[in-house]
Ligand binder design. Structure first.
Ligand SMILES: CC[C@@H](C(=O)O)C(=O)SCCNC(=O)CCNC(=O)[C@H](O)C(C)(C)COP(=O)(O)OP(=O)(O)OC[C@H]1O[C@@H](n2cnc3c(N)ncnc32)[C@H](O)[C@@H]1OP(=O)(O)O
Ligand SMILES: [Co+2]
Length: 132
């Protein structure tokens, strides 16, 4: 496993794109919406990892709920894995709780699943695998 990306919840993608481009000294390499998750994302490459900015696209989005409760900030950590099915089975046997055990299409050509923060010390964990 490695840290594939850090997800950061933001209120305005355009304002935060401006901020992160200045912070990291380079522009984002893509924006992509994932309607199922109710998010619009913006990605920055950072060595072997990425920063994923997340703006809510509707009021029911997990990002809208998170922003209402916590304000802007780190929303999740995503671990990159080679075989997501294998990791789901391995972690289930260890007692970890998945929000859904079915990998779904994420952003940036990935299959993704989430572990519930209640089973991971209050941190929302995403597993992601490159789409075959
Ligand atoms: C773009 C696709 C993909 C990618 O390719 O990278 C993404 O990153 S999508 C990112 C957005 N999608 C998700 O976050 C999906 C997974 N999340 C969920 O399913 C839900 O957010 C949740 C974690 C199940 C919580 O939903 P819900 O129970 O409806 O919300 P509550 O507000 O009632 O929270 C319950 C409980 O959970 C705590 N919580 C919520 N979000 C987080 C978080 N990001 N990190 C840590 N803890 C979180 C919340 O504080 C509540 O705790 P208690 O108050 O103690 O009960
Ligand atoms: Co993510």
């Amino acid at each position: 496993m490695r840290i594939e990306h850090l997800g950061i919840a933001v209120r305005s993608l355009s304002d935060s794109d401006d901020l992160f481009a200045r912070l990291l000294g380079k522009p984002n390499y893509k924006q992509e919406s994932v309607e199922r998750e109710g998010v619009k994302t913006s990605f920055y490459g950072l060595g072997d990892s990425k920063v994923e900015l997340l703006e809510a696209t509707n009021a029911d989005s997990p990002i809208a709920k998170f922003l209402n409760k916590n304000g802007e900030g780190i929303h999740h950590i995503a671990f990159g894995v080679e075989n997501i099915g294998y990791e789901i089975e391995r972690l289930k046997k260890q007692g970890f709780i998945f929000i859904s055990e079915e990998p779904k299409e994420g952003a940036d050509n990935k299959l993704v699943v989430f572990l519930h923060p209640k089973s991971t010390n209050g941190v929302l964990v995403e597993l992601c695998q490159e789409k075959p």
